[in-house]
Ligand binder design. Structure first.
Ligand SMILES: Nc1nc2c(c(=O)[nH]1)N[C@H]1C(S)=C(S)[C@@H](COP(=O)(O)OP(=O)(O)OC[C@H]3O[C@@H](n4cnc5c(=O)[nH]c(N)nc54)[C@H](O)[C@@H]3O)O[C@H]1N2
Ligand SMILES: Nc1nc2c(c(=O)[nH]1)N[C@H]1C(S)=C(S)[C@@H](COP(=O)(O)OP(=O)(O)OC[C@H]3O[C@@H](n4cnc5c(=O)[nH]c(N)nc54)[C@H](O)[C@@H]3O)O[C@H]1N2
Ligand code: SF4
Ligand SMILES: [Mo]
Length: 767
């Protein structure tokens, strides 16, 4: 207990007016996949949560308070929503029609178990599928409970990578050989210059407190520049300067910055010489001496096109003087951080912008030093932080895995899919997907690209023969289910969570209230299914949810947090959280920086690979070059598609939702109404005024929603915050403002990742 930093005040005190029967419990926010992990103080009275306050513990730099955002504070509107699913439901209409009838749990579970057995017997285990679903990370609720079930049942088709980070996950190690490229955040205070590149931590939570650490760094004298097509909340509240940029062109600006550094001699030549590979022809790996080096690319030696600021201005829309100035600032105001957001890698050729950012960090010599930042995914040193599941899902007996974004391909043509489609663990798939068990996922419809296409695929009952959705609401995905199983919320079962990317904490999530209706925890539902499949004892190991939480805490103690209190101690003290204070922030690559021979990187050369041998070997230089390049996107203002659909669109992660979770939260919808953001120049050209109902459309679909006319977005670009629920009218036009009605299912070349932010649209006034 010694290291609990809130020992001075270990128990929330009820307010003077609180009634005697009121309990105050510190509890982890249900979080979902919100980008944070915060502490709430729940007021519980007569079996009901009446109020949610935020972290009340002392605030110290080594372990700051985990202050809740609006979503956590508004959670009661979700918790006590009148449309919570309460009973198992069986489909009565067509798939997607949304017609269901209530059935008893026994019938529901018997049916699900018999379908699992039937499909397994008919096609084999690899026809079973648990899709991406990030609705809960409280360990005992969420899709991991279904993965454990499937793995014990003989396995199912695997998935790898994520919708979030596909390109950055794959591209970062091509440069650094690791994903742990980030210093611990307390070190940000040592930085003098911070480039928030497509990064919006004031709104998209990227670890609770990341925005706070940037604020502290700025108070400490750092200059902060935000590069984003939108004047984001971060540009407004955290930055000294906003540089609007045309989406999908960042690699061009990065290349031009490198050109300036090269031609003006501003790059860190010594660090490049000792720690990097492939910057210029003097340091090409053996056997590749004649290949194009980064300097060759910048100077246009092969393509005749020097990557000058003038060249980049035409592509990016950023004035050449600005590019030159930012290059000089970043190269000289040291140490400096170039933090890459993820939105710009959820795009066509998203791999390139990641590699280009890493290379800028390397050639400015900002790697391995306090106040510097290597870019890339930037999991925190020294060990990546506590992150992901401790709850054991077990081994999947089916070895074949698909890139997560290609699930619809595996429904349509799984049996044809092989390495060329990113299949790993097998040369090819044996099956199409025939049964889907979706837990805590809206990624079959709402969060996947091209909703009309996904809907058509799922409507065909000869393809996916059985579709179970386990959720708390009748979401757009749930509307396509054959069977819906009602899950409780995280406040209604036991759970435990740890940091989201950053944060050295473990947060307890005690059960606060009973579930409504016949809702059960995901764990309980899977345990009861396991029982029917004859694997009940293996599944539960005799533990209920609370016992698993105790078991998980012991694993944390064994692996990472030797001082973590036991479940009983945590519960009795009501501190809610175990935090490991960071007094000496770890610096990624510090050893490598000091002695690159003794501490080589895990890359083929042991160095920072500006030129990647392994990418060169793929032999696809136009899409996967060995050095980072700007490549025009497949839907672009510079392509022929712009004639019909002249506006670039994106869909940022909004403060009011966790993806599609909270889409039905009335408080949040009132505070942040769903609107398409459009520049006055584009609005005027179309006779559109602020607040008008407009239709945004392209060849894939159309959505109608109100617009916000604002100079806070670059002309030529519109933004529809992602996650609003798809609500088609009788003509198939979406009335919910769901961006994925417009996005494309095409994947990126190397990572097989989503490129959902690359698409063109037109906007017109609607009725
Ligand atoms: N509030 C909130 N926070 C969240 C989430 C949420 O749903 N809501 N989800 C969490 C999850 S799972 C994830 S993966 C992360 C996602 O985090 P990100 O992917 O980083 O979030 P986005 O909002 O998609 O993109 C960040 C910024 O990039 C900008 N952008 C888009 N395209 C480009 C481009 O081509 N160039 C440049 N320079 N900028 C561009 C957007 O305008 C936006 O301001 O967020 C996490 N945090
Ligand atoms: N156009 C576009 N699309 C995107 C993105 C984008 O930037 N642009 N971002 C992508 C990213 S980064 C991500 S991570 C995905 C996220 O996609 P998803 O993983 O599908 O996330 P959510 O939309 O939040 O859906 C989670 C579902 O889980 C349910 N749920 C919540 N808690 C529980 C629980 O405890 N148990 C059960 N059974 N259900 C629960 C919620 O009600 C919700 O329906 O979306 C991706 N889609
Ligand atoms: S950032 Fe996430 S965990 Fe924190 S309050 Fe918001 S929704 Fe909850
Ligand atoms: Mo994500």
């Amino acid at each position: 207990m010694q290291r609990l930093f809130n020992r001075r005040r270990s128990r929330p005190q009820p307010a003077a007016s609180a009634s005697v029967s009121e309990r105050l419990v510190r509890v982890g926010c249900p979080a979902h996949n919100c980008g944070g992990r915060c502490l709430l103080v729940a007021h519980v009275q007569n079996g009901r949560i009446t109020r949610l306050d935020t972290d009340d513990r002392p605030d110290v730099l080594a372990a700051p308070q985990l202050r809740a955002c609006v979503r956590g504070r508004a959670y009661l509107r979700r918790q006590y929503h009148p449309e919570r699913l309460l009973y198992p439901l069986k489909r009565t209409g067509r798939r997607g029609e949304g017609k269901f009838t209530r059935i008893p749990w026994d019938e529901a579970l018997d049916w699900a178990a018999s379908e699992l057995q039937r499909v397994k017997a008919a096609y084999g285990s690899s026809a079973l599928f648990v899709p991406y679903g990030t609705g809960s990370y409280n360990q005992l609720n969420g899709s991991q409970t279904a993965r454990r079930l499937m793995n014990l049942f003989g396995g199912c088709l695997g998935i790898y990578n994520s919708y979030s980070w596909a390109c950055i996950n794959v591209a970062t190690p091509t440069v650094y050989g690791t994903l742990q490229t980030g210093n611990q955040r307390q070190d940000w205070l040592n930085s003098r210059y911070i480039l928030m590149w497509g990064w919006n931590p004031a709104e998209m939570r990227d670890g609770t407190n990341s925005d706070y650490f940037i604020r502290l760094a700025r108070e400490n004298g750092a200059r902060v520049v935000c590069i984003d097509p939108r004047h984001s909340l971060s540009a407004a509240s955290l930055a000294d300067e906003w540089i609007p940029i045309r989406p999908g062109t960042d690699a061009a600006m990065m290349s031009a910055m490198a050109y300036v550094m090269l031609t003006e001699g501003l790059y860190d030549a010594e660090f490049v010489r000792t720690h990097c590979l492939g910057f210029d022809s003097s340091q090409m790996p053996q056997g590749y001496e004649g290949a194009e080096s980064y300097a060759d690319y910048l100077l246009g030696c092969c393509d005749g096109l020097p990557k000058t600021p003038e060249w980049a201005e035409k592509i990016t829309g950023v004035p050449r003087q600005t590019i030159v100035r930012i290059a000089r600032e970043y190269a000289t105001l040291k140490p400096g951080m170039l933090y890459q957001g993820y939105g710009m890698q959820r795009r066509a050729y998203g791999e390139q912008v990641v590699r280009a950012g890493c290379v800028l960090a390397a050639i400015t010599g900002n790697v391995g030093i306090p106040g510097g930042w290597a870019s890339g995914l930037a999991l925190q040193a020294p060990d990546g932080g506590p992150f992901w599941n401790v709850f054991p899902v077990g081994e999947n007996p089916v070895k074949a895995s698909i890139p997560v974004f290609l699930w619809s391909e595996a429904v349509l043509r799984g049996h044809e899919m092989g390495k060329q489609d990113g299949v790993t663990g097998a040369d090819r798939l044996e099956n199409d997907i025939k049964l889907i068990y979706a837990v805590a996922s809206n990624a079959l419809i709402n969060q996947h690209a091209n909703i009309n296409r996904s809907a058509q695929i799922l409507q065909d009952e000869s393809r996916v023969e059985f579709l179970v959705v386990q959720d708390q609401f009748l979401t757009p995905t749930a509307r396509f289910a054959d069977l819906i199983l009602p899950a409780c919320t995280q406040f209604e079962t036991w759970g435990i969570e740890d940091g989201w990317k950053y944060g050295d904490e473990v947060i307890l999530m005690p059960k606060l209230v009973e579930p409504p209706g016949e809702c059960k925890s995901d764990y309980r539902i899977c345990a009861e299914l396991a029982e029917r499949l004859g694997i009940g004892a293996e599944y539960t190991q005799g533990r209920d949810e609370r016992a698993w939480v105790g078991w998980i805490i012991e694993r944390y103690r064994e692996t990472r947090f030797p001082d973590i209190p036991s479940l009983e101690e945590l519960e009795a003290s009501n501190v809610g959280v175990y935090a490991n204070p960071v007094t000496q922030p770890a610096i990624a690559f510090a050893d490598f920086r000091r002695d690159p021979q003794a501490y080589p990187l895990d890359t083929p050369s042991g160095k920072i690979e500006i030129f990647s041998q392994s990418l060169h070997e793929l032999g696809r230089p136009n899409e996967i070059p060995a050095i980072p390049k700007y490549i025009q996107e497949w839907e672009s203002p510079f392509g022929p598609e712009a004639k019909q659909y002249p506006l670039q669109a994106i869909g940022h992660h909004t403060l009011s939702r966790v993806h599609s979770t909270h889409a039905n939260n009335d408080w949040l919808a009132e505070a942040f109404p769903q609107r398409v953001f459009i520049n006055p120049i584009d609005a005027q050209a179309r006779g559109i005024e602020d607040g008008d109902l407009v239709q945004v459309f392209n060849g894939r679909g159309a959505t109608v929603l109100p617009c916000r006319v604002t100079p806070r977005i670059l002309p030529g670009v519109v933004d529809i915050p992602q996650g609003a629920w798809w609500a088609p009218d009788e003509n198939g036009v979406d009335r919910g403002g769901s961006v994925n009605i417009l996005t494309s299912e095409r994947w990126t070349p190397l990572a097989f990742g989503t490129a959902q932010h690359t698409f063109m649209v037109e906007v017109k006034k609607a009725r």
